[in-house]
Design a binder for this molecule. Structure first.
Ligand SMILES: O=C(CCC(O)(O)[C@H](Cc1ccccc1)NC(=O)c1ccccc1)N[C@@H](Cc1ccccc1)C(=O)O
Ligand SMILES: [Zn+2]
Length: 581
């Protein structure tokens, strides 16, 4: 019959040639929109998105007609099966149009004035709880109610699209990216393994905040008010390191200050990041990258999407980063993260367009994070001239590890609940009339946080986070958090590093680069357990490596918490203001 294996190969070649053109045109139109937000660019992007969807619909439905069970070539079978998941393109045209136009557009655009990152600066730097409350509430009032209006409809249409692709709901479609039928149990198990780390950090930080903000704000047996952690979403606590420093007499270098004193510019930050990847023997960025990336917020007042991202234009030579770069250590690390995505694009650019993606989404996010574990080592920062004093004594080392923990350990429950909550919305466990209170009960249960002021169902606090407004999955960040330490341990072993994991810096190691390259150039052509085994020798994602890395700090935290008689967790689970009523 017509849909035989020979025809399949011709069909796939035709798909390859047409997809590069259609996707390149869509990426160009998207880029023009997010770097210059106006009605005309929005319409152009929607047009190219519709074109891309029609293209996916045609090839997705055709791919289903091939009897792949009888085919010989495993690659042909794998490619045809990948083609069949066409996500929202499965919707009827009018509903597809509605999803695209109504998609809760991320409000993080920073047009001057109500720009997302201005509120974030206040959250990162202010130590005045009234000011913090003002920024915390101001941002949520600005974005919540408007997204809430479209969110219910977005959930309906997303679930309809998922069903048309053969999934129970959109949560199941998101989970299918990890090709595991024990995913939810594995995640819960991973979370349980990591909980002691988080509970000890939470108790220690609560004590420090109690010292700074006093007992009227902090209940030593209760949750922490969510606006005091130095971050708009309390997903990383690194900005309050000065309040919680274990050894205050040994303050860590202010790397941001050192960068400014040395006149670092955004371009130098990108050059430094690229230099690290090429020092491992990995690929350098092509000329288009430097000509076409947006490395700083445009000075001409254009409205742009400020959430950093990396872009593949599917033509093998055009790859870009969009970032409103400030000269800070936080943005330097973010650039390393984005360069991780770029390196993946470069490594798999000769694969079929069907396999030009990460082994799974967590691998995509982990690449940059692995490099950051070396960059943010004392040894590396020292030889980059970003630290002043040579030796790091044991007290300074604990201070340093606290800094890492405030970024990585604090992130664990946040990253876990971000999709846990959305799976429940998609499968109907959380109904629309209780969206906000269910969000806060998960924030209480997993992060031990409370809203600093009473919230109602007029609010829609999840939308304050870009990925929820932009309907972007988040599980990738939870898994990449654990994966990055597993990779780091394997790469450090490959470089012959002996001694403590957090002192390892893989800079210049061609051995480590080779291990990474062997994974990245596979794209999404192989199952992720098989690829993981190539680097680490294991096929699961255990918490072992992150526990090894954090051991020294966990010991210090446990000792400190026992001495202070801290209660781990928040048995007084009421959010403070309720008691005042
Ligand atoms: O969202 C990001 C970084 C942006 C990104 O690089 O992951 C970006 C997200 C994005 C933005 C717009 C459209 C699509 C995705 N992802 C990429 O640029 C990307 C991802 C996969 C392939 C190609 C590009 N980080 C998360 C989590 C995180 C990651 C690392 C450290 C701290 C926090 C956050 O900020 O909450
Ligand atoms: Zn990323």
């Amino acid at each position: 019959d017509f849909y035989n294996e020979t025809m399949a190969k011709i069909f796939l070649q035709y798909y390859e040639n047409t997809t590069r053109v259609v996707w390149n045109r869509f990426m160009e139109a998207s880029w023009n929109y997010v770097t210059n937000i106006n009605q005309q660019n929005l319409e152009e992007m929607l047009l190219k998105d519709m074109e891309r969807s029609q293209h996916m619909l045609f090839f997705g439905t055709q791919a289903r007609l091939f009897k792949i069970a009888r085919f010989q070539d495993p690659v042909v079978k794998h490619m045809l099966s990948k083609l069949q998941n066409i996500d929202k393109a499965a919707l009827p045209k009018d509903e597809l149009q509605e999803v695209m136009e109504g998609a809760p557009r991320s409000p993080g655009t920073c047009s001057p004035g109500e720009s997302g990152d201005w509120w974030e600066d206040v959250m990162a730097t202010s130590r005045d709880q009234k000011e913090l409350l003002w920024a915390w509430q101001g941002w949520r009032d600005a974005v919540g109610p408007q997204v809430r209006m479209t969110f219910e409809r977005y959930v309906q249409l997303s679930n309809k699209a998922a069903k048309l692709n053969g999934y129970e709901d959109m949560g199941a479609l998101w989970q299918s990216m990890y090709e595991s039928d024990t995913l939810e149990q594995d995640l819960e198990h991973l979370y349980q393994e990591l909980q002691p780390l988080y509970l000890n950090l939470h108790a220690y930080v609560r004590r420090a905040l109690h010292r700074h903000y006093g007992p009227e704000l902090i209940d030593l047996r209760g949750p922490i008010p969510a606006h005091l952690l130095g971050n708009m979403w309390a997903q990383s606590w690194v900005n309050i390191l000065d309040l919680v420093l274990p050894f205050p007499k040994k303050p860590l270098d202010d790397i941001t200050r050192n960068m400014k004193v040395q006149h670092w510019k955004p371009e130098k930050m990108f050059i430094e990041a690229e230099n690290f990847y090429t020092s491992l023997g990995l690929l350098s960025t092509p000329p288009d990258f430097w000509r076409k990336s947006m490395m700083e917020r445009p000075a001409d007042g254009r409205e742009v999407e400020c959430h950093a991202s990396a872009w593949d234009f599917y033509n093998g030579q055009d790859f870009r980063i969009k970032k409103c770069t400030e000269v800070t250590i936080e943005d330097l690390l973010s650039i390393f993260h984005q360069m991780g995505h770029i390196q993946y694009f470069l490594q798999y650019k000769n694969l079929s367009v069907i396999f030009r993606a990460g082994t799974n989404p967590a691998f995509e996010e982990a690449v940059g994070l692995v490099i950051i574990l070396s960059v943010f080592s004392h040894k590396h920062l020292l030889n980059k001239g970003l630290l002043s004093h040579q030796h790091q004594d044991s007290e300074e080392e604990v201070n340093f590890l606290m800094g890492i923990a405030l970024d990585k350990i604090a992130f664990i429950p946040f990253a876990y609940l971000m999709d846990l909550s959305r799976w429940k919305v998609f499968d109907g466990t959380i109904q629309k009339d209780v969206y906000n209170q269910e969000w806060w009960s998960l924030r209480l249960k997993y992060q031990g946080l409370c809203p600093p002021t009473p919230r109602t169902e007029e609010d829609f606090d999840p939308a304050a986070k870009f990925h929820i407004s932009a309907s972007m999955p988040y599980l990738r960040y939870f898994l990449s958090l654990v994966l990055q330490f597993q990779f780091h341990e394997a790469l450090c072993k490959a470089t012959g590093h002996m001694g403590l994991l957090h002192r390892c810096d893989i800079y210049n190691s061609k051995m480590a680069g080779k291990l990474l390259e062997d994974v990245l150039k596979l794209g999404s052509s192989k199952p992720w357990p098989e690829v993981l085994e190539k680097i680490t020798g294991e096929t699961k994602v255990p918490a072992k490596a992150i526990m090894t890395y954090s051991k020294l700090l966990l010991n210090w935290l446990v000792t400190e918490n026992v001495q202070q008689g801290e209660i781990l967790g928040w048995p007084d689970f009421s959010c403070y203001f309720e008691e005042k009523e």
